[in-house]
Design a protein around this ligand. Structure first.
Ligand SMILES: *Cc1c(COP(=O)(O)O)cnc(C)c1O
Length: 387
């Protein structure tokens, strides 16, 4: 989707703000990720939390990905969208009993376990149900992902995962849990990672951990390397998808596998990020003392990322080609943090113009709220524009 190709005429039938998805781009991205992963036999799970729009889920499912869930609700949503439960992995530091029960009843592929306390509870619930739970230990590899501190997860003092020092004790005790089968090791070092060296660092650490574990004669069927591959928020018109080829080749090159081991990934943002845009309309241009404000009808209720962690989204006026001027682009919500960008160059902007926020397919619609009694945004799709 480039600036000139949004179907503005069609947009006139829709109430703003809304999400618009480029389904052709989503399909191209899915083809690319699956082609590159298939070269090495890697298995891809889509991280459901990035976008749970039912249409998006059904397109993704049609490319045979598994699902990576972080709640019982997500397990349910992925099953409803047709994902097969033997390709569902379930992670999360705080799994409730009903969520563990749901995972067991649905015979999901694997629970990614984040503490020994959780291991005990899963074992107990599985034993009551006369089931064996497949589990992977989520290990905190202490790799710095060089990303925003709110979305890094792999450092030592982080709520996620089991520390390398606690791993010894857990693997010593693992045979005491009769209703648990240890099948994998799981890692996830953070999100929006642009520096491929971080993934090489992860491989090196995984190799060390595997070596330690193999000394204990524990065999591990699969290694799950999580997600985190970033997208180019600054150039959505030119870099329309991440370099999956380079990404997987790093693991192929640096990860040491033992015989018969499978490799899994959990990608979210890199699959859906670039295909979505939030479309809004300009309500007012307000002249401040030294700057101009473009006040749009979308707020952080529709796109939270800028307010939540100062995230950047490229902003474009798709109704205007006139000379560029600087604006602060702000929403209508009664909070000072409801700002999408300051000193943004936009083609000269007036009331009624369409302003789009690009690269909003991941962690966009799914984080929408009804604060200020606002309606949840609707969504429209590029392949449904011709009726
Ligand atoms: C969020 C998450 C992912 C996906 O992260 P992306 O950066 O969107 O690829 C994968 N695995 C786990 C455990 C997660 O929490």
């Amino acid at each position: 989707m480039i600036k000139g190709s949004f179907p503005i005429e069609k947009f006139k039938n829709f109430k703003t703000p809304f999400y618009y998805y480029d389904i052709e781009l989503l399909r191209q991205t899915l083809s690319s990720v699956m082609n590159e992963a298939n070269k090495y036999g890697y298995q891809i799970h889509y991280a459901i939390k990035a976008n749970t729009n039912p249409k998006i889920l059904s397109v993704i499912n049609s490319y045979n990905l598994g699902a990576d869930c972080v709640s019982g609700g997500e397990i349910q949503a992925s099953i409803n969208a047709g994902f097969s439960s033997d390709k569902i992995v379930y992670a999360g530091v705080g799994k409730s009993d009903w969520e563990i029960e749901l995972g067991l009843e649905r015979n999901i592929f694997c629970f990614n376990v984040e503490s020994e306390a959780e291991l005990e509870v899963i074992n107990e619930i599985a034993s009551k149900k006369n089931k064996i739970a497949n589990i992977a230990l989520r290990i905190n590899p202490e790799v710095n992902a060089n990303t925003h501190h709110y979305i890094t997860t792999g450092l030592a003092e982080n709520k996620f995962g089991i520390s390398i020092s606690a791993l010894d004790e857990i693997t010593e005790n693992i045979n005491n849990y009769k209703n648990i089968k240890l099948v994998g090791l799981h890692f996830h070092i953070g999100s929006q990672i642009m520096d491929m060296l971080s993934f090489k660092g992860l491989c090196v650490r995984v190799n060390e951990i595997q070596e330690k574990i193999s000394e204990k004669k524990i065999s591990i069927e699969h290694i799950n390397l999580g997600g985190g591959l970033g997208i180019d928020y600054h150039h959505p018109n030119h870099i329309v998808m991440p370099d999956f080829k380079e990404y997987f080749s790093i693991f192929k090159k640096h990860l040491k596998l033992y015989p018969e081991q499978n490799v899994h990934f959990e990608l979210g943002r890199s699959i859906v990020g670039q295909c979505g845009s939030l479309v809004s309309k300009v309500l007012y241009i307000k002249q401040g003392k030294s700057k101009k404000f473009a006040i749009v009808d979308a707020g952080f209720t529709e796109l939270l990322r800028p307010a939540l962690y100062q995230a950047y989204h490229r902003i474009e006026n798709i109704s205007s080609d006139e000379k560029e001027q600087e604006y602060d682009v702000v929403g209508p919500i009664c909070e000072s943090s409801d700002v999408f960008g300051k000193n943004i160059e936009l083609n000269t902007t007036k009331r009624g113009d369409y302003i789009v926020f690009r690269s909003a397919g991941a962690y966009g619609e799914v984080m929408a709220s009804q604060y200020n009694c606002r309606e949840l945004p609707k969504s429209y799709f590029s392949d449904e524009m011709n009726y």
